[in-house]
Design a protein around this ligand. Structure first.
Ligand code: MN3
Length: 202
């Protein structure tokens, strides 16, 4: 069973004005579709076929560039779309709020540290909030389509919030102003989704 491009849980214009409809459409229907197609081509006929994307990434041979780039791209974008669902957006609460306060001081201090990781990633990549077994949180970033699930990326635990800082994610609307895009992202984060991930993975 090949991987399929996941449908968004909302319309392309649902994140306006923070993330524009044209960027969403190209990012989902072209970029994410491309990663999906290339991942399927890369695993066809290999022993990776039929495995979950998490299993593929956790046991990845990092020298396998096609699966590293496209498997990462498939997983990262799926996670990214879900994290911005504008339906029942919610607010930071519960155990996740407590864990963020404990690790970073406050929600604002968390956003500041996460934004720094996203802003200082040179070139293309992602910023992450990860949870380790036991509930400890970590902020980190990875280049290209690497992902904390992959071995030895210098970033551990399970990712519960990721931000795409490739230029394709923001250039149409924000041009070179990555900090403005990062700030806008926090207007569309669905904290209910992040809290559910935290509860499931801590
Ligand atoms: Mn992208």
């Amino acid at each position: 069973m090949a991987f399929e491009l996941p449908k968004l849980g909302y319309n392309y214009d649902a994140l306006e004005p923070h993330i524009d409809a044209r960027t969403m459409e190209i990012h989902h229907s072209k970029h994410h579709q491309g990663y999906t197609n290339n991942l399927n081509a890369a695993i066809a006929g290999t022993d990776l076929e039929g495995k979950s994307i998490e299993a593929i990434l956790e046991t990845l041979d990092m020298k396998n560039a096609a699966v590293r780039n496209n498997g990462g791209g498939f997983y990262n974008h799926t996670s990214f779309w879900e994290a911005m669902n504008p339906e029942e957006k919610g607010y930071l609460s519960g155990d996740l709020k407590d864990a963020i306060d404990a690790a970073f001081g406050s929600k604002d201090e968390f956003i500041s540290a996460f934004s720094k990781a996203a802003g200082t990633r040179f070139g293309s990549g992602w910023a992450w909030l990860c949870v380790h077994k036991g509930g400890k949180l970590e902020i980190c970033s990875t280049p290209n389509q690497d992902n904390p699930l992959m071995p030895d990326v210098g970033c551990g635990g399970a990712p519960i919030l990721g931000l795409d800082v490739w230029e394709h994610a923001y250039y149409l609307n924000y041009q070179n102003r990555r900090p403005d895009y990062i700030k806008a992202f926090f207007n569309v984060v669905n904290w209910n989704v992040i809290e559910k991930r935290y509860e499931a993975l801590k």
